[in-house]
Write a protein that binds this ligand. Structure first.
Ligand SMILES: C[S@@+](CC[C@H](N)C(=O)[O-])C[C@H]1O[C@@H](n2cnc3c(N)ncnc32)[C@H](O)[C@@H]1O
Length: 296
């Protein structure tokens, strides 16, 4: 324990602490020295087997990713810090919305996450992008469709999985929940499958780009009109429709006739409604968006 000894001034107190090895000097020149404190200095009670000091994530928290089983980051921090060191590997084989891998990344561990749904993967991908961790630069995704035929197969097998996967081609944040949950059903999102956010200059408000993905047959001009309606209802800046098949001429006309979004930051206009095919996205032909392309 440290005594509270009577020291005449701060400098003498600091010298005394240094003398007894309680000052940690930074290796880098100009760094700030730190006071070294040990567990025994603090008193209190050690963490017990039952942890009640970490609360759930509040319902309105911006950290909520819309995944029903999301755990608080502090809980995963404690588990990872208690059981591994920097550079170790953390594996979450049912990683859901990815809290374990985000915290492993923050704590400088290597990580592997496994999940069976494209919803989970696209949620993780968009959250990692917000943490400035990008694929393929910083990590790899194994097992996703990489060709048009594989995308077609996914669309045939499961329309929701296709939608979630295709949103992840733009790192968009999906709106939905895993199979069986009410949120995953169409209608709950009022026309939005997912969205991207961006800011203009110093304005603290986020602007949104609504994303819809269509993998089925019979996609037509009415889907473009629906998207225009949704963009207007949500007061979003723009809307992007991702399609599996080539858009028809009436679809292109409908999109061309929509207004423009004018970006004060970039001093130019962007087509308010854009249609992009899965094939184009797989070939890395991105829609025009009012922020630097993070995918290149
Ligand atoms: C309880 S949730 C996620 C829990 C996560 N570790 C967390 O803390 O938020 C379980 C996850 O396991 C995934 N899952 C279920 N069966 C799976 C399987 N056979 N292989 C991989 N993931 C699976 C589900 O899609 C779901 O996202």
């Amino acid at each position: 324990m440290l005594g509270k000894g009577p020291f005449p001034d701060v400098q003498t107190a600091l010298d005394k602490l240094d003398e007894i090895g309680r000052i940690s000097w930074p290796k880098k020149e100009g760094g700030t020295p730190m006071f070294m404190q040990y567990k025994d200095d603090l008193g209190g009670v050690d963490v017990q087997d039952l942890w009640t000091d970490i609360g759930p994530i509040p319902p309105q928290s911006p950290k909520r990713l819309g995944y029903p089983t999301q755990k608080p980051a502090a809980l995963l921090d404690r588990i990872i810090e208690a059981s591994s060191d920097e550079g170790d590997w953390v594996l979450d084989p049912f990683c859901g919305c990815g809290t374990a891998i985000f915290e492993a990344n923050e704590l400088k561990r290597n990580w592997i996450g496994i999940d069976i749904t494209h919803l989970a993967i696209s949620i993780m991908k968009s959250a990692l992008r917000e943490m400035k961790v990008y694929t393929p630069r910083n990590y790899q995704i194994i097992g996703e469709p990489t060709t048009f035929n594989e995308a077609q197969g996914l669309a045939k097998a499961d329309k929701y999985q296709f939608q979630w996967w295709s949103l992840s081609l733009l790192d968009a944040r999906p709106i939905g929940a895993p199979e069986g949950s009410k949120v995953g059903k169409k209608g709950a999102d009022r026309g939005r499958d997912g969205y991207l956010t961006f800011k203009e200059g110093n304005d603290p408000n986020f602007r949104r780009i609504i994303i819809q993905a269509k993998g089925g047959e019979n996609v037509g001009a009415s889907d473009v009109r629906d998207l225009i309606g949704t963009v207007n209802n949500w007061k979003a800046a723009m809307g992007i429709l991702i399609t599996l098949d080539e858009p028809t001429e009436p679809m292109k006309t409908e999109a061309r006739d929509a207004e423009y979004y004018e970006s004060p930051t970039w001093g130019r206009k962007y087509p308010k409604i854009q249609i992009v095919t899965v094939k184009q996205l797989l070939e890395k032909k991105w829609p025009e968006m009012p922020f630097p392309n993070p995918f290149q």
